[in-house]
Ligand binder design. Structure first.
Ligand code: AOF
Ligand code: ZN
Length: 362
């Protein structure tokens, strides 16, 4: 394992910060940042803003304006070797005369993986990688999930009362959490490639599932996904009529849906009592979804949890009590003994307005 200096850490930390600026705009591409430095002196910085536009290295080299000769490039992902929508960054780094490249991690994309490093090394450049790798992989956990597991990173968002309830027995749930919490949810939506819900939620709430944030015109609008097993989605629901973001409807194989021709829909297999959720996820990965945010009720959230398909639980806890007849957080979970209980790992806690935000990993 390469030993990295404090200076290396500082430049890579900066590159990671730059990468994250593109959280709402790069999908389906990964977030990547780059710093070109000579010792402590930063010569150029860049990040990959949008798919189809120049990669991070190209922006940083442009900012360095010819001073990159003999310098070190810090990149949060292996520089690419392929001719995609733009020419290979490895070639650009070689041409600029950079003598050392430090990368946080390999690119999991099969067209690049290892080949970017090989190209740089073949040109006599010193290549080191693995610096702040965990942070870099965490930043692009969606992209890594899609590339390595063939499915999106699944984040389930739920709002609950202090007594663990997500809706009254009547189904009413507007609103348990505060406006501040709901505004915070928008930022998580914005970094997702898709937002998924179930038909029951659409029938009850007719949600828009859009990102409503200042500057939102520049963001890539997440795909809206509705799991509509039996083809019950009303033609006048907002997700089909408002035109604010694309919508994809998933239905059972045996259903002949009655959606308009313009509605994008696909069928998946049924497995006992519901749609094959793994099949849904792999379809979404094929459509370029890195992070999937699930905003559904206890039934779909519970089904995903039971199927082992939840990677992250984003939970807003409001200091209110809804009582014992109200609906639970996850349906279908009923351990008979303590040994069968479902444990989660608490990753982060934070207060958002009057509510508490928990980030958990199953
Ligand atoms: C880099 N630097 O800043 C990024 C890289 O959309 P394309 O055709 O331009 O290429 C996207 C692929 O390039 C993406 O899947 C990933 O493998 C790599 N992303 N590589 O050298 C960057 N964003
Ligand atoms: Zn590149």
């Amino acid at each position: 394992m390469t030993e990295f200096s404090a200076r290396d850490h500082a430049h890579m930390a900066r590159a990671l910060q730059l990468a994250e600026r593109a959280a709402f705009t790069t999908q389906p591409n990964p977030m990547v940042g780059c710093v070109i430095a000579d010792g402590d002196v930063v010569l150029g910085e860049g990040w990959h803003v949008r798919a189809g536009e120049p990669h991070a290295e190209v922006h940083a080299l442009r900012a360095a304006a010819g001073r990159a000769r003999g310098a070190t490039a810090y990149v949060t992902l292996e520089p690419c070797a392929h001719h995609g929508r733009t020419p290979p960054c490895a070639d650009a780094l070689v041409a600029a005369g950079v003598t050392r490249v430090v990368a946080a991690c390999r690119d999991p994309y099969h067209q690049v993986s290892g080949q970017g490093f090989a190209k740089l090394q073949a040109a006599g450049i010193t290549v080191e990688y693995g610096l702040m790798e965990a942070a870099a992989r965490h930043l692009n956990r969606g992209f890594f999930s899609r590339m390595e597991r063939g499915r999106p990173w699944v984040r389930v968002k739920l709002g609950m009362s202090l007594d663990g309830r997500t809706a009254l027995a009547s189904g009413e749930s507007k609103w348990i959490t505060s406006e501040a919490a709901r505004a915070d949810v928008m930022r998580w939506r914005a970094r997702a490639g898709a937002i998924m819900t179930g038909i029951a939620t659409v029938l009850a709430d007719d949600p828009r599932l859009t990102v409503r944030l200042p500057g939102g015109e520049d963001f890539v609008p997440p795909l809206r996904v509705v799991l509509d097993e039996r083809g019950r989605l009303p033609a006048l629901s907002q997700v089909l009529t408002d035109g604010l973001a694309p919508t994809l409807v998933v239905h059972g194989e045996d259903v002949v849906p009655d959606y308009d021709d313009e509605v994008r829909a696909f069928a998946v297999r049924r497995v006992d009592g519901g749609l094959d959720l793994s099949a849904v996820l792999s379809q979404l990965a094929q459509r370029g979804v890195n992070e999937l945010q699930v905003e559904a009720g206890a039934t779909l959230s519970g089904a995903l949890l039971k199927a082992g398909l939840v990677d992250e639980l984003l939970l807003y806890v409001a200091p209110v009590l809804l009582g014992e007849r109200a609906r639970p957080l996850f349906a279908g979970i009923d351990p008979a003994t303590m040994a069968e209980r479902i444990g989660l790992k608490l990753v982060e806690t934070r207060q958002v307005g009057p509510d508490l935000r928990l980030l958990l990993a199953p």
